[in-house]
Design a protein around this ligand. Structure first.
Ligand code: GTP
Ligand code: SPV
Ligand code: MN
Length: 616
């Protein structure tokens, strides 16, 4: 076990002068029983990559690309084991799985005590913001972790270096983010004896995660700080919102205008793909889409000009691999090209050729399966007939790459100011009822729409056919405090902005009776977004319905789109009986929330009444 004098020497050598950070590092080095301490910065990446290759934690995937496997029971975020803790029971919500911090902290300390024995504790000072951004004081943190691959991912996903921590105005204003991997084969994942805990002690700005080395549970700057802690801080300070949103720019080369759209879809519902979208070929001459962020946006009102701004706190992309190919997302493929130092996790891998593959990369898997291993590391060639149809890659397998590798990265993504927000969109996977796009011009109705956002019940989330699994603002897994208070805070922040953003609900996932997607999606998703901006500018009128304004066929630019007139009709119409049924579920859903603002109930009643009057 490392002693305090050694820790001090390491911190001195790294130039880590912030005394509060030093105390924190010392405390956890002793408690976890780590063998040694190492402070990392972005400049250490090449050496750490080499160490990880030597140790077999990473495998080479061609020139300048790497492959990793996580433990086979540790491949996704665990919502059941994720807890928001605080010392105030008023912070309890329906979805945040609140527990008192006095209960949780001892539990975590007990699990973490001695659990990093014989390991190095890496100290990662990070910033979840463009440097100089006005929310930077909420964005500094120090993750300690006993996993080298977690360091490599954090290097790609956040800005890392001691400079972000040394000169804080308030030396105590940093998030303490502790990650201890634990003995993965013996944690009882998914059983009644599950040992894992992923806790954000929100009112102490302390994150304690034990029992995983998978991204969503272990990259603490991202989900735990960038979303849960940020949501709490934004509310406590009354200054900002932390949302699971993508953020894009649309440049109109004809008018020279720039627009910015942010918005939330639940996990694995298309944020990364939308943010990396190229304009469809026929629109490429006129429009350019630029990438600001694909998973998190913080939103605030700039005091000087009174406008709503947004920024992406992250520095990289942790994207879903499945179905990423030259047609769906060429930008994503280019962002993980040889030489990008991208890291793949849990896809299929061929150690002989260093090739990688995932479902949807090509229509069929490689014809010659010699040497190919599935995501668990088992040879494909050895599969029994019963196993033949199992996927080669895990459905939640991912790629990790930095923003600089993204071909359509916005030129000003690193600018401290952030960008003004013109529109906020919500969407989910819904196979019926939700049209391609419906615009909402009223703030309370927009927030109401976000709160009633839902995605189809899947095998993982039990539910009746046709009943959605509600995911308020696509933030259900990241809710940090009560939903009613959240709605109030959202209304207050956005409501204070001088130019109100337009809201919209979008759906790329409506299906026909045969299960096919009615809308081609991906690059064509730019078309409804352009319509939305035109509507905001008063250039089109759309058609008023009970649930928002939808485009007419003529208004939507459909040049070169592969869709039948019947399917187009379906995605541009409102199924009133289905909507009326949905309203009863919504009422039950909203009734769960304490302190829900009256404006939200009024919006619900307005939409209900309009549906009662509607015939289309
Ligand atoms: P998280 O990183 O989990 O938050 O996910 P995300 O919201 O960024 O989702 P992502 O863009 O990675 O997409 C998830 C899956 O949906 C991928 O398999 C995509 O290929 C697929 N997908 C994305 N956009 C579309 C679309 O417009 N149409 C269809 N049919 N599928 C899409
Ligand atoms: C999500 O699940 O919404 C993600 C990936 O963005 S993870 O980092 O695993 O949470
Ligand atoms: Mn996400």
């Amino acid at each position: 076990m490392v002693d305090a004098a050694d820790v001090d020497k390491v911190l001195n050598r790294a130039g880590l002068t912030n005394l509060r950070v030093r105390e924190y590092v010392n405390y956890w080095a002793e408690l976890t029983g780590a063998d040694g301490v190492e402070v990392v910065s972005a400049a250490d990446d090449a050496r750490l990559i080499q160490e990880a290759l030597d140790a077999g934690e990473l495998l080479p995937a061609g020139e300048g690309r790497f492959y990793s496997r996580s433990f086979h029971k540790d491949t996704a975020r665990s919502e059941e084991r994720t807890v928001v803790a605080s010392s105030d029971v008023e912070d309890r919500g329906v979805y945040n799985n609140w527990h008192h911090s006095a209960e949780m902290k001892p539990l975590l300390e007990q699990r973490m005590r001695g659990a990093s024995a014989r390991k190095t504790m890496y100290v990662i000072p990070y910033l979840m913001a463009p440097p100089g951004n006005e929310l930077a004081p909420y964005a500094t943190g120090v993750q300690v972790t006993d996993a080298r691959t977690v360091v490599l991912h954090m290097n790609r996903m956040s800005r890392v270096g001691v400079e972000f921590l040394n000169d804080l105005e308030d030396p105590n204003q940093f998030v303490r983010a502790v990650h201890v991997t634990g003995d993965l084969p013996n944690l009882g994942q998914g059983t009644p004896e599950d040992q894992r805990y992923f806790v954000t002690v929100a009112d102490e700005r302390t994150i304690l995660h034990f029992g995983s080395s998978y991204g969503g549970n272990a990259l603490l700057g991202k989900i735990a700080h960038g979303l849960r802690q940020a949501a709490y801080d934004g509310w406590a300070s009354k200054k900002f919102l932390g949302e699971q949103y993508m953020l894009i720019g649309i440049h109109d080369k004809e008018t020279g205008k720039d627009y910015h759209i942010c918005g939330g879809f639940p996990s694995a519902s298309g944020k990364t793909n939308l943010a990396m979208m190229l304009a469809p070929d026929v629109l490429g001459e006129r429009y350019h889409v630029s990438f600001y962020g694909d998973d998190i946006a913080w939103l605030w009102v700039n005091e000087e000009d009174g406008k709503l701004y947004g920024m992406n706190p992250e520095y990289g992309v942790f994207g879903v691999a499945k179905d990423t190919n030259e047609t769906t997302n060429p930008t994503a493929l280019a962002s993980v090209d040889p030489g990008t130092k991208a890291i793949f996790t849990n896809i299929a891998y061929n150690p002989d050729t260093q090739e990688v593959w995932w479902e949807g990369r090509t229509p069929e898997p490689p014809a010659d399966n010699t040497g190919w291993l599935d995501w668990k590391g088992n040879p494909i060639a050895d599969r029994s007939p019963e196993q033949a149809n199992e996927p080669w890659a895990h459905p939640n397998s991912r790629f990790t790459t930095t923003l600089d590798n993204v071909p359509n990265i916005a030129q000003d993504y690193n600018a401290p100011a952030g960008v003004p927000i013109d529109a906020i969109i919500f969407g989910g996977r819904t196979r019926d009822r939700e049209p391609l796009i419906r615009a909402i011009t009223d703030l309370a109705e927009g927030v109401y729409d976000g709160l009633t956002l839902g995605a189809e019940a899947t095998a993982a989330a039990e539910g009746k056919e046709g009943v959605l699994r509600y995911d308020p603002m696509s933030n259900r897994p990241f809710m940090a405090y009560g939903e009613g208070d959240y709605a109030r805070h959202y209304l207050d922040i956005v409501g204070a902005a001088k130019d109100q953003p337009i809201f919209a609900h979008v759906n790329w996932f409506q299906r026909g009776d045969d299960g096919r997607f009615l809308w081609p999606g991906y690059r064509d998703n730019l078309r409804p977004l352009l319509w939305l901006l035109q509507l905001k500018n008063g250039e089109v009128k759309g058609r008023e319905t009970a649930v928002g304004i939808i485009p007419t066929k003529e208004e939507l630019n459909l040049e070169g789109v592969d869709i039948t007139p019947e399917d187009l009709e379906t995605i541009l119409s409102i199924d009133v009986p289905r909507w009326k049924q949905e309203m009863t579920y919504r009422a039950e859903h909203l009734a769960q929330f304490d302190n829900l603002p009256e404006e939200i109930w009024e919006a619900h009643r307005r939409v209900s009444a309009a549906l009662d009057d509607a015939s289309n």
